[in-house]
Structure formats: structure tokens, C-alpha cells
Design a protein around this ligand. Structure first.
Ligand code: CTP
Length: 406
């Protein structure tokens, strides 16, 4: 249907980027990126109509996004012939627009296309020997100015390298080191930096990539305030590994409850630095205030609670419940990562798997029916009942009523 929608308008349509890379690697990728030689928006409107999808267009950039009823996302872009935009990098004027489009991309592994028009459907377009690099598992830029044009690509190289167990090629590595030492990214307000970091921290195992960020000397850029506190030493790596263990443990509970893994890792990275460092990080990368406040609160509260729990050998379930109640799942996993003592980890896992679900049988309505009137005492009675339930002193409605009358 995509090819037909393009043929109708006499445009060439190509699948490009990560979709092609993952297809050649036989990996699933549900995000389809399409480039159109022609008018991308007109094409996207035509396609959305055919597929009964919702469409969002950005006329200024000639791009559109189509959301299909089954949740598939299709990004459409227009391959433009604006040679004059890159005079230094591109002396060639005879490039076809798809070739130019591919040449402007980050790495060769992401610079292949597959034609979608019916007549040539499935033809792989590979102008720059990209498939060879993919087979060699090598990450290479297409030209020397790639990181100058877009320094956030440094983070992408590290992410792809770690995720797919590829290797950044020596020349590209040198360009990355140069870009870092030239301090190409003075402007941290570019949202692409945080977005890329967040993606690194959302990978299955971000620890190798975090080590690589340090090797490329990117920590001073990400966390300039962290200098006195942050060393990529054993304790630092230990906390990161513990964060990973906590996240895997939580995933294996199959709870169908969302968890922002990147938050757990970000907290773990900053565990040995004061709150102000996290505050500064959030404001430098323009993290929305609501998320920043939440992160900072979780950090303070998890650290305080981990400390408190580590000083207590025996602690009642009810006490664990009230101590951990306000922590989000990210805060709880961070607390588990921080724990030096087993009892702390146990308390948190007990809370996550059991305590937080415990409820009393009696409700507020029941109490009213029993003659209690709402007020401050009312809440206290309900909380006392919950404590009894948490500490296994009562087990059902009858025992709860008996406790009330005691
Ligand atoms: N791209 C680029 N420079 C960037 C970001 C993206 O050249 N700074 C290009 C790459 O060709 C990339 C495509 O845009 O393949 C789509 O980008 P994105 O969706 O961010 O990445 P994917 O390659 O699809 O990777 P992922 O699987 O992580 O989504």
C-alpha cells in the first residue's frame, strides 16, 4: 500500500534508517521511517487515508507522522535537494535526493534504503558500502563533519556500539575524541542530548555504554558539578550493577506496571553526589520541572530510607509500609541498588511484592455503619487496622471488628 500510495503521486518512496538496519540484522523494529522523493506531506495524507491512520504534519520540515490503528508508527520525510545547505561537506551537485538524504545521516549502518514502489519493491539502496560495515559490525560516520553538524551523534555511536555489540571504527573514534576536546557541545539546551542520554539509560544493559561515556570524557560535559564526587570506580560500578539487578528482578515479576529504567540509572549515577548536582543537571538539560521534582524527591527519600533501614535489624512490616509508601517504583528500585545490607533489600522487595497490596477488609463505609464519624480519628482507626493487618495480627473482617471493640 505504501508503494501504491507513492506511485499514484509519481513519487519514489523508500524505507530508511534504523528500520533497514534492523531488517538486515533480522531484528524487530516497529518504527518505519519513509523518505519520499517528492512531496512527503501530500504522500503521507494519501497513505493515512488508505490505511485509516491518524496523521500529524510539520509543513515547515516537510515531515509527517502516521499512527495506525494497531499502534504502528510511520514517519514520513521529504528528501530535499538543497545542496547549498552543506557546501563544505558536499561538493557533489549531481546527487539524487535519496542519496543526499542518506549521506546526511549519522552512520553508514543507518544510511541504507529499501525502495517501496511496486516496480522496484525491496531493492536495497546502498551508495556507501554500508552493508559491508553492517556485516563487519562497524560504526562509521559518512563524512568528517558528522559530529560537528550534530554532536548528539557521539551519544548515538556509544548507544549503538553497546546495544548491538558493534565497534566504533578507529577514524570515527578519533573524530569523536576531537569533537569532545573541541567542546563542540557548549549548548546543552539542545534537547537531543538529554534524549540520547535517556535512550542510553533505557537500554537493556546500559553499564558498558556508561563506561564508554566516561572513556570518551563525556562525564565532565554531562555532570560538570559531579567532578569531586564522581569516579568510575568499583563502588560506582557496583551501584550500577545493583540497579540493573533490581530492574531485572522487577521485570521478572511481570507486573505490567511501567518503570522508567532510565530514572533508576540516573539516580544510581548520582547516588554519591548531593541533591544540588541532580538539580543542576535537570535544569541544564531542561528536564520538565515535574519530572525534575519527582527525581529529586525520590533521590532524597530513597537515600534517607535506605540509611534508616540499614540501622535496624528487625523492623515490622507496618513500619516498612509507611516508610516506603511514598516512593515510586523507580525510587524503590534505586533504594534496592543502594542497599549495602541484605535486610534493606529484603524490606524493599517485601514491600514491592506483598506489603503494598495489603488492604483492610473494613472500609470507611463499614466504620460509618458501625457508628464511627469521619474526622481525624477515623483515619487513625483505619491506619491502625491496616497496621494490624500488615503485622499479621488480624487476618479477616471478623478479627478486624474484634480489634475495633478491644
Ligand atoms: N539520524 C541521524 N542523526 C541523528 C538522529 C537520527 O542521522 N542525530 C537518522 C539515522 O539515519 C537514523 C534515523 O535518523 O537511523 C532515525 O533515527 P532514530 O529513530 O533516532 O534512530 P534509529 O536508527 O531508528 O534507532 P533506534 O532503533 O534506536 O530507534
Amino acid at each position: 500500500k505504501i508503494g501504491l500510495a507513492a506511485d499514484e503521486l509519481q513519487f519514489n518512496a523508500f524505507a530508511v534508517g534504523g528500520f533497514v538496519r534492523d531488517l538486515l540484522l533480522k531484528k524487530n523494529n516497529l518504527d518505519l521511517d519513509i523518505v519520499i522523493e517528492g512531496d512527503g506531506i501530500q504522500f503521507a495524507k494519501n497513505l493515512a487515508r488508505k490505511l485509516q491512520g491518524r496523521i500529524k504534519t510539520h509543513e515547515r520540515f516537510g515531515t509527517a507522522m502516521i499512527m495506525l490503528p494497531d499502534g504502528t508508527k510511520i514517519d514520513v520525510a521529504t528528501a530535499r535537494l538543497e545542496y547549498y545547505e552543506y557546501p563544505a561537506a558536499l561538493p557533489t551537485v549531481e546527487l539524487s535526493s535519496i542519496k543526499l538524504d542518506l549521506y546526511r545521516r549519522d552512520f553508514t549502518i543507518n544510511a541504507m534504503a529499501i525502495q517501496l514502489n511496486p516496480e522496484h519493491f525491496g531493492t536495497l539502496i546502498d551508495f556507501f558500502n554500508c552493508q559491508n560495515d553492517l556485516n563487519q559490525r562497524s560504526i562509521k560516520v559518512l563524512h568528517n563533519l558528522s559530529f560537528v553538524e550534530d554532536p548528539s551523534r557521539i551519544f548515538r555511536a556509544i548507544r549503538f556500539e553497546a546495544r548491538m555489540a558493534f565497534e566504533i571504527a578507529p577514524h570515527t573514534r578519533r573524530l569523536m575524541h576531537n569533537a569532545v576536546s573541541m567542546q563542540l557541545f557548549g549548548k546543552t539546551d539542545d534537547p537531543r542530548f538529554f534524549s540520547e542520554l535517556k535512550q542510553i539509560l533505557s537500554e537493556e544493559d546500559p553499564v558498558p555504554a556508561i563506561r564508554r561515556l566516561a572513556e570518551f570524557n563525556l562525564f565532565p560535559f554531562l555532570w560538570p558539578e559531579l567532578k569531586p564526587h564522581l569516579k568510575v570506580d568499583r563502588r560506582f560500578l557496583h551501584i550500577l550493577h545493583q540497579a540493573q539487578r533490581a530492574i531485572s528482578w522487577f521485570r521478572l515479576l511481570y507486573l505490567d506496571e511501567p518503570c522508567h529504567n532510565w530514572m533508576v540509572y540516573l539516580l544510581a549515577i548520582m547516588s554519591r553526589s548531593p541533591d544540588e548536582v541532580l538539580t543542576a543537571f535537570c535544569s541544564r538539560f531542561q528536564i520538565p520541572q515535574k519530572i525534575a521534582d519527582r527525581l529529586i524527591w525520590q533521590k532524597t527519600h530513597a537515600e534517607k530510607t535506605a540509611n534508616l533501614l540499614s540501622r535496624r535489624e528487625i523492623i515490622a512490616n507496618s513500619e516498612i509500609y509507611w516508610l516506603l509508601k511514598e516512593l515510586s517504583i523507580e525510587g524503590l528500585l534505586y533504594l534496592m541498588a543502594l542497599a549495602r545490607k541484605n535486610q534493606v533489600k529484603k524490606a524493599a522487595s517485601n514491600y514491592v511484592t506483598a506489603l503494598r497490596y495489603i488492604r483492610t477488609d473494613l472500609t470507611g463505609d463499614d466504620l460509618m455503619a458501625l457508628g464511627y464519624r469521619p474526622g481525624p480519628e477515623f483515619k487513625m482507626i483505619l491506619n491502625d487496622l491496616l497496621d494490624a493487618r500488615l503485622d499479621d495480627r488480624v487476618h479477616n473482617r471478623e478479627e478486624e471488628i474484634a480489634l475495633l471493640h478491644r
